[in-house]
Design a protein around this ligand. Structure first.
Ligand SMILES: [Zn+2]
Length: 361
């Protein structure tokens, strides 16, 4: 279009389209995409008018051969709608697979509460309704772990119902729990598990954390961390800061202490390394000792495979040029929990484009 002033696509729109399409071409799902104005007007930057296309399909959608384009605008709109719906469904399914646990190795309730406070009542209520529907769909009694007298993974149980109801009414903490001896740093968290009552409260608190995280993911979406690996510029990576991410990583924890040492060693960190093509990506997470589940949980975090939910807080160039990502973990467990492999494609994010993980640094 000679002479016309072409406006750049705003960064927020670029990010929204790339995230919504998981950095893949909406026609063929290959990575390395360009953004395409479907109606041919370079000034129409409505996200509905922007498609993510690989080079080949971008050419087919742009070049006129004979009298028509090989890929018509209506066809592109159809591919875009179909692929974006698939992405949304898979991001939801994957996140539920990655942070639904029989018990949490680690949780970060202050950050969970902070994130909840950023939701409007309307978002919160819609999210609770969505979780209730999902739980009904997933109900499978034989998969339930009832060793504690109730299930620790969110399910259609009374304990989950109580947590959901409290969240529905706008509470940002499990104020319904009776805590006789609260932890000095958290009034809702029992100090130790010395009595049966304290143990029950402790587990209900964990369940509340899980349910609250489900609500957060239902309201905001939890992107697979692998999608951040796909960013091609620092600006794009920064666009993810503050967003919820789900992860599955082989980790190594340095100096992780057992929970009773929270006073002398309040924090520690874990690291993971992943490879995307020939790029090395390091993921760093800081933990609060007091919120480790148990001594065994602390030991498990020194080395092993974990999954969970966190908040992506930014990327920096690490040593030797690799990318270093920081994540504030909200929930960590060992191994996700899959109810129905048909709805929960295993390692979906990993299968879309080749990713390998390295367990050791
Ligand atoms: Zn393509």
């Amino acid at each position: 279009m000679p002479g016309s002033q072409r406006k750049a696509i705003p960064q927020a729109v670029q990010s929204a389209v790339l995230v919504g399409n998981r950095h893949a071409c909406c026609v063929c799902q290959q990575p390395r995409v360009q953004l395409h104005h479907i109606d041919g007007n370079p000034n129409n930057n409505d996200p509905a008018n922007i498609a993510a296309l690989c080079l080949t399909h971008h050419d087919m959608a742009s070049m006129v051969i004979g009298l028509t384009k090989k890929l018509q605008p209506d066809q592109v709109r159809h591919y875009k709608a179909t692929w974006e719906a698939t992405c949304a469904r898979d991001i939801w399914a994957l996140s539920r697979e990655r942070f639904t646990f029989h018990y949490c190795v680690y949780k970060n309730p202050p950050r969970i509460r902070e994130a909840l406070m950023s939701l409007s009542m309307r978002e919160r209520r819609q999210a609770v309704a969505r979780i209730r529907d999902a739980l009904i769909d997933e109900q499978d009694p034989k998969d339930r772990d009832e060793i504690w007298g109730y299930n620790l993974a969110p399910a259609t149980t009374e304990a989950t119902h109580v947590a959901l109801t409290s969240l529905f009414h706008g509470e940002d903490a499990p104020s319904y729990l009776p805590v006789k001896h609260p932890h000095p740093e958290d009034p809702y968290y029992p100090f130790g598990m010395s009595t049966q009552e304290a143990m029950t409260t402790f587990h209900h608190y964990d369940l509340w954390c899980q349910v609250a995280c489900q609500v957060l993911a239902a309201a905001r979406g939890a992107l697979p961390l692998e999608d951040v690996y796909d960013c091609e510029s620092e600006e794009e990576t920064d666009g993810y800061a503050g967003r919820l991410v789900s992860f599955r990583l082989s980790i190594r924890g340095a100096g992780i202490k057992v929970p009773r040492m929270w006073k002398t060693h309040p924090t520690s960190s874990i690291r993971a390394r992943a490879k995307r093509g020939d790029r090395v990506i390091t993921v760093k997470m800081a933990l609060r000792t007091m919120y480790l589940f148990s001594d065994t949980a602390a030991i498990n975090l020194r080395s092993g495979r974990v999954s969970g939910l966190g908040i992506f807080s930014g990327a920096t160039e690490g040593q030797s040029g690799g990318l270093e990502l920081s994540v504030v973990p909200l929930l960590i467990g060992t191994g996700g929990w899959v109810t129905d492999p048909q709805h929960y494609p295993k390692d979906f994010a990993v299968s879309r484009s080749a990713t390998t993980e390295e367990g050791r640094e």
